[in-house]
Design a protein around this ligand. Structure first.
Ligand code: ADP
Ligand code: MG
Length: 427
């Protein structure tokens, strides 16, 4: 699921080419072919209807699927930038009361990533070049309109690549940040482990001695009290050890015993536990593709991941809902768009969990996975669930994607490198 909704279709809907002369400043929308949701949204700023028409004919003839809105005033241009959210802008050079130059400035403020292509008439090259200098993406001379379609295609493709790179950069920064915090947490965890280990040993020593004295009958009550106090210390120490385990997992530094496993067997092995964890008020759906490829991971850790994800889904759906787990084989190849930025080509088993719970606001989503980041009331070990999920999947060489929309739900996807040729894994 992605929070991004595809754009509103322009309110004017489809318009017949031969319809009555439109009122100036009323945006006119036209769709080509069987253009569906993937049709390119083009905003055309043009006061000369025959020019606007010619541009659309040329684009349509080139096989481009698009939805166009034509505007010819500053007000309607500004309004349609927001309402129509064009993916490319075609702008005339001069219009009555407005200009390509002024439109470029507005577009640069409102949607700096949207390609802006200038169509210039009589003024010719020089003026167009000046607009390029000011940041326009490209220009087409009106007396040589044949280039239009290829210019549009190239501008859109390049904008797409830039957007993908930007997304990848954000992703990388995020995983670096998480890695850094995780390492820090794991470093602290190692120290805790040693200190708590010493405390547990001494507490056990006191407990043993107290039990011995009590058994001898000297001051029995007092020694029983000492023994109970020592047991309290040991109990608290054990909880610290648990916490430390999760911290180490968050830092991707838990001791692991990786083996070749079938993720489907791991999940069915704890299916009953997962069901009882989420409770009766939540529907549980498990979809396993047949013959999942083996992956190399520690099965105990994968169980930890699934449990943490199930607990979060339960907490996100206090009034019930559906929690689903899906697993399937996925091949990411060079030519295709990768399903996640930064995912290198190869074979993966894709594990996806989904809930239709409360979801997250973008400010929350930005921080999930950081150790101790939580929006829940204080509990021991709060805010370590997703941190350990990230740590564990990272340690197994996998990649995680998370998408969430407030009020709609959350989907978390992990891609674990698979070994398709390794043969079936024994149960
Ligand atoms: N499935 C989910 N739906 C909505 N919010 C979630 C979900 N999973 C995690 N979160 C948010 O991320 C935060 C961190 O989750 P986590 O690391 O598991 O720690 P905790 O569950 O202890 O808070 C949660 O407090 C919650 O705000
Ligand atoms: Mg949690």
């Amino acid at each position: 699921m992605s929070g991004a909704q595809r754009g509103n279709e322009p309110g004017t809907g489809e318009s017949d080419e031969s319809s009555a002369p439109r009122q100036a400043s009323t945006p006119v929308a036209r769709r080509t072919g069987s253009a569906g949701r993937s049709a390119l949204r083009i905003l055309i700023l043009e006061d000369e209807p025959t020019d606007a028409d010619l541009e659309q004919r040329l684009l349509a003839r080139s096989g481009l699927e698009f939805t166009a809105v034509v505007v010819d005033t500053r007000a309607s241009f500004v309004q349609q930038l927001a309402a129509f959210r064009p993916e490319v802008i075609l702008s005339d050079f001069s219009l009555p009361g407005f200009s390509g130059e002024a439109a470029l400035k507005i577009a640069q403020e409102q949607c700096p990533d949207t390609p802006f292509i200038v169509l210039s008439g009589a003024l010719g090259d020089e003026a167009a070049v000046e607009l390029i200098r000011q940041g326009a993406t490209d220009y087409v001379l009106k007396d040589r309109p044949a280039r239009l379609a290829s210019v549009v295609r190239r501008a859109v493709a390049e904008a797409g690549q830039r957007a993908e790179r930007a997304q990848l950069e954000v992703q990388l920064q995020r995983s670096r940040r998480l890695e850094g915090i995780g390492r820090l947490a794991a470093g602290v965890a190692h120290d805790f482990n040693n200190m708590v280990g010493a405390m547990l040993n001494y507490a056990a020593f006191i407990r043993g001695q107290a039990a011995e004295r009590a058994a001898q009958g000297i001051d029995k009550e007092a020694w029983d009290g000492v023994r109970q106090d020592a047991e309290q210390i040991e109990g608290a120490g054990q909880r610290v050890i648990q916490l430390v385990r999760q911290l180490l997992a968050a830092g991707g530094q838990q001791l692991v015993r990786p083996e070749l496993i079938d993720l489907g067997q791991v999940v069915t092995g704890i299916e009953a536990l997962l069901r009882s964890t989420i409770g009766r008020h939540i529907e549980f759906q498990l979809t396993l593709a047949p013959q999942l490829w083996p992956v190399t991971a520690d099965p105990g850790q994968i169980e930890q991941v699934l449990l943490n994800l199930a607990i979060n889904a339960r907490d996100a759906m206090p009034a019930g809902g559906t929690f689903s787990i899906e697993m399937q084989n996925v091949t990411v190849d060079q030519a295709e768009r990768t399903p996640h930025p930064g995912l290198i080509p190869g074979a993966y088993v894709c594990l996806r969990v989904h809930d239709n719970g409360m979801g997250m606001e973008p400010e929350i989503l930005e921080h999930v996975g950081e150790p101790f980041f939580t929006t829940k009331p204080f509990v021991e070990g709060g805010g370590l669930g997703l941190a350990s999920v990230y740590g564990i999947i990272g340690q197994a060489g996998g990649t995680i994607g998370i998408s969430s929309e407030s009020g709609i739900g959350t989907a978390i996807t992990a891609w674990l490198p698979a070994k398709p040729d390794a043969g079936p894994v024994r149960a």
